[in-house]
Design a protein around this ligand. Structure first.
Ligand code: GLN
Length: 290
């Protein structure tokens, strides 16, 4: 089949579900992944002949995309903060909002990381996207990453290797009080960051089927009656394990901005700030330990 025919087939089969623009970018990602062809070449060589076995890969992609499988799981990788990350069904697909959180941390600590060795902990690391991007961009940082899921940690370790950074991974639940004992020998952290599960069951109907049916619920959902469960546990942990003046960063549920902010204020964090993402939603929270 010619490249052009494959492209037309993508649009014909998928535009009604995803819209023309998104299908265009799916096709681009597939060509890059399966053929190693760049976008430029795509427009220049519509007549490019695709071998049969490769055409099969595209047809298979169409079938899975029709069934709402996220393209990132299909290709087994995605891009985050300019880096490549492997992903599978055991980890959440990194989101653009989380890139904003990473950017905030890098901007806030770039200067001091030139002279000091920053000790950073990412709680609920998943694919490792936050921990690895920080390690890559704050060169003196010593980064730790914790997750309850051994499958997620396996993926995160592969991603650390892929991106050539050294990270200390820890398998533990932050809800388990003993999690702190994992850090007994450790001196205090300069930065603690987390993007914990925060979507309430009652928000499930807002979640798109490709997310709901494919991404790990363990990483997404909390019960309606205690949506700040993880934030409370992490804040208590941070009170014990952040250095004085150390900073706690959260990605948060946009509907619970004020409540989450109040949590840090009650615990006497200073300079507590609620920040919006590019869509104008309350998405990031930071506070400095006294
Ligand atoms: N932002 C993610 C979503 O809307 C949720 C991430 C999380 O629960 N930590 O799907």
């Amino acid at each position: 089949m010619r490249l052009l025919d494959l492209k037309n087939k993508f649009h014909l089969e998928l535009d009604a579900i995803y819209g023309k623009n998104e299908v265009g970018s799916f096709f681009y990602l597939c060509t890059e992944h399966y053929l190693n062809v760049l976008r430029m070449q795509l427009t220049l060589e519509p007549e490019l002949k695709i071998e049969n076995y490769k055409t099969e890969l595209f047809i298979n992609a169409i079938t899975h995309l029709k069934a709402q499988k996220p393209i990132q799981y299909l290709l087994g990788e995605t891009e985050f903060f300019g880096l490549t990350f492997k992903v599978n069904k055991n980890v959440l697909i990194p989101r653009p909002e989380t890139e904003e959180l990473v950017d905030l941390i890098i901007t806030s600590h770039a200067k001091e990381s030139k002279t000091a060795k920053l000790k950073i902990l990412d709680i609920g690391t998943g694919s490792g996207c936050i921990a690895i991007s920080l390690a890559k961009n704050l060169p003196n940082a010593q980064v730790y990453a914790l997750d309850v899921s051994p499958e997620a940690l396996k993926m995160a370790k592969q991603n650390a290797e892929l991106n050539k950074v050294d990270i200390t991974f820890i398998e533990a639940s932050i809800l388990d009080y003993n999690a702190i004992s994992q850090f007994e020998g450790e001196s205090y952290f300069d930065v603690i960051v987390s993007n914990p599960p925060y979507v309430r069951e009652l928000e499930k109907e807002e979640i798109l089927p490709n997310v709901l049916e494919n991404e790990p619920h363990l990483a997404l959902f909390v019960e309606d009656h205690n949506p700040l469960l993880f934030y409370k546990a992490i804040t208590n942990f941070a009170i014990q394990k952040l250095k004085p003046k150390g900073v706690l960063y959260f990605e948060i549920n946009q509907y619970l901005g004020e409540e989450t902010k109040a949590l840090l204020e009650e615990k006497h964090f200073e300079d507590v700030a609620l920040l919006k993402d590019l869509n104008g939603n309350d998405r990031m929270l930071k506070g400095r330990k006294l």
